[in-house]
Design a protein around this ligand. Structure first.
Ligand code: FES
Length: 233
């Protein structure tokens, strides 16, 4: 599940921001939906001149989003990390189709909804002729809940997209909300207590402060109507 090793790093701080080091590019990433509201693709909708090291708000209260402005102290942000520390494959169930295998760790859902286009990905994987679509939809899953696998000669190989290290500030205009941070490309994430989370190609981190699975995004931004002022940009 690991991607290329890089200096890119996200340090979760106790009841405070994410400290990002390694010169990780920071852009705004909008979920593009069709006329039915189904998620179809990602669109880069802006960039930030963030520098080599920056601090990203995770309490949702900064007046300078996505950057931390110290508001977490004023509001008494409680950012205790409760996400499982088990490796992805220990958390995931497996579904075998005629062409691909799909693994699914439900707790990692960040509500980007690429899996519900033209019939759910779980129905598609059972059908022949859907491998390309299943691979594409799984690869767009923001937090890496879904991973498609191909079995070749008895060995399963993940079909992870090749992603350069980057952080995306997610906007979801179809839902009228701002999402979490799209942390893609094998960026190390370290907990406030020093625990190194499993290195993964795709991770979604909470930025609204409301996730019940911190530091990961669990889609709570939709429930609380989190908006950063750029939803429709
Ligand atoms: S974490 Fe510092 S203002 Fe939100």
């Amino acid at each position: 599940m690991e991607s290329a090793v890089s200096d890119a790093h996200v340090q979760v701080t106790e009841n405070g921001p994410y400290v990002v080091t390694g010169g990780v590019p920071l852009t705004r990433q909008t979920i593009v939906a069709d006329e039915h509201g189904d998620s179809r693709s990602w669109r880069e909708s802006g960039g930030y001149d963030a520098g080599a090291e920056y601090r990203l708000c995770r309490c949702g209260q900064s007046a300078d989003k996505p950057f931390c402005d110290g508001s977490h102290e004023r509001v008494g942000f409680e950012g205790t990390e409760t996400a499982s520390r088990a490796p992805y494959l220990q958390q995931a169930g497996e579904q075998d189709g005629p062409e691909l295998v799909l693994t699914d760790a439900q707790k990692l859902c960040a509500f980007a909804r690429f899996c519900d286009v033209d019939g759910s990905i779980w129905a598609q994987v059972e059908q022949p002729g859907t491998a390309e679509r299943v691979e594409r939809e799984a690869g767009q899953c923001v937090g890496g809940r879904l991973v498609a696998w191909k079995t070749d000669g008895g060995t399963a190989k993940d079909l992870e997209p090749e992603l350069a290290p980057s952080i995306g500030v997610v906007e979801d205009p179809a839902q009228g909300v701002s999402g979490g941070y799209r942390v893609w490309g094998g960026i190390r994430v370290t907990a406030a207590d020093g625990h190194a989370y499993e290195l993964r190609n795709r991770v979604a981190l909470c930025r609204c402060g409301a996730s019940r699975n911190k530091p990961l995004c669990d889609g709570s931004h939709a429930a609380v109507g989190f908006r950063d002022g750029h939803v429709d940009s």
